[in-house]
Design a protein around this ligand. Structure first.
Ligand code: DNO
Length: 349
């Protein structure tokens, strides 16, 4: 396991020095943010991120994300040029020592919450999701927390419209088309693709979502068998649907060599299809992080891990989910869990 931390590049208020001071931190998870989705990243921009990270004693072996252009998800004729650009990014990143790319295939929104500063009893705040609040919104006039800067309500409405009539199978076929072009390049250059699950794992505004349950993964691996076709095991996303058995999925997919990256965090169920993000500790939420870490370990997981969304604590007003303090506490806790399960195993063994 390699413990990493998401870093939003040079505009991130959290410095690489702060990140390096977190015990056990080996690397950053980052991206080139200045290039529009679908274009090729310059070698200079990649090189600069790598040099900054390495100069601070951190590796840059995971990129999150190389985003997938909507035309690819929509299966438009223009997709081939965007897929070619994607393949070029894979080659360039591999040439700079990147080993894993986290991406997603969710139409329009790659995560959704109804509140970015939900007040907790201890005075902290965190992200939360209330499905009733979502269903009461008019998709033609959407203004959503966290998305107002990326899209105008008109843009959201027309993008959602572009997906009308698209079935789950259509979207899945578009994902397979994409992977059949990208995975051979990954095999050639030694890159792992790690698809992020749907967050939350159900359809929203009639948009199909296809990476939400165990069966979705089985179908994905059958369609593109190379182990480079792997996953980002995100407990907070998958765990929002309590029918997902995270412990058995962690074990099964780790054993199959499919988990290249793990986002580990906790949530608490607050109602039907509703949840709030909590601190990472098992006791603080509905997910048993100890059992999940143990299952990953028992399955032979040896990929990258990062603490995921944290709360705002100690007066911090961080980027929602991505402040320093609670994620650092999360990393320390996860390091402890991994050390405990690893040592218990080697003593038995
Ligand atoms: C949110 C993140 C996602 C993730 C993408 C990966 O906090 O987990 O935005 O980076 O879905 O492509």
């Amino acid at each position: 396991m390699k413990m990493t931390f998401r870093w939003y590049g040079e505009s991130d208020p959290i410095s690489l020095t702060d990140i390096k001071q977190i015990p056990g931190m080996t690397g950053v998870v980052t991206a080139v943010y200045s290039v529009p989705v679908g274009e090729v990243w310059s070698n200079e921009a990649i090189e600069r991120l790598k040099a900054l990270s390495n100069d601070s004693g951190l590796e840059m072996e995971v990129i999150e994300s190389v985003p997938v252009h909507e035309d690819i998800k929509l299966g438009l004729p223009t997709r081939d040029r965007y897929i070619e650009a994607y393949c070029e990014n894979v080659r360039r990143l591999a040439a700079h020592g990147v080993k894993c790319i986290c991406y997603n295939f969710m139409p329009v929104f790659d995560w959704l919450r109804t509140d970015l500063h939900s007040r907790n009893a201890d005075g902290s705040n965190s992200l939360s999701y209330d499905h009733k609040a979502i269903t009461s919104l008019d998709p033609k006039k959407l203004s959503l927390p966290g998305w107002d800067e990326s899209y105008t309500p008109e843009q959201i409405s027309s993008l959602i419209g572009a997906y009308s009539g698209m079935s789950h199978d259509d979207l899945f076929a578009n994902l397979v088309y994409f992977l059949k072009a990208v995975i051979p390049v990954c095999d050639e250059v030694g890159m792992n693709m790690a698809i992020h699950p749907d967050d939350p794992p159900w359809d929203i505004f009639g948009l199909p979502r296809i990476i939400s349950h165990r069966e979705d993964y089985i179908r994905l691996f059958e369609a593109v068998p190379s182990k480079a076709n792997g996953i980002t095991f995100c407990t907070g996303s998958l765990g929002a649907d309590s029918s997902n058995d995270l412990v058995s999925m962690a074990y099964e997919f780790a054993k199959d060599g499919r988990i290249h990256f793990a986002h580990l965090r906790n949530i608490i169920y607050t109602g039907e299809r509703s949840f709030a993000e909590t601190g990472h500790l098992s006791a603080d939420g509905s997910l048993d992080l100890y059992e999940i870490v143990k299952a990953l370990h028992d399955g032979g997981f040896n990929g990258y891990v990062r603490p995921d969304h944290g709360r705002n604590i100690w007066g911090e007003d961080g980027k929602p989910g991505y402040g320093l303090y609670d994620r650092a506490l999360g990393a320390a806790y996860l390091n402890g869990l991994f050390e405990a399960v690893e040592k218990a195993d080697s003593k038995r063994g």
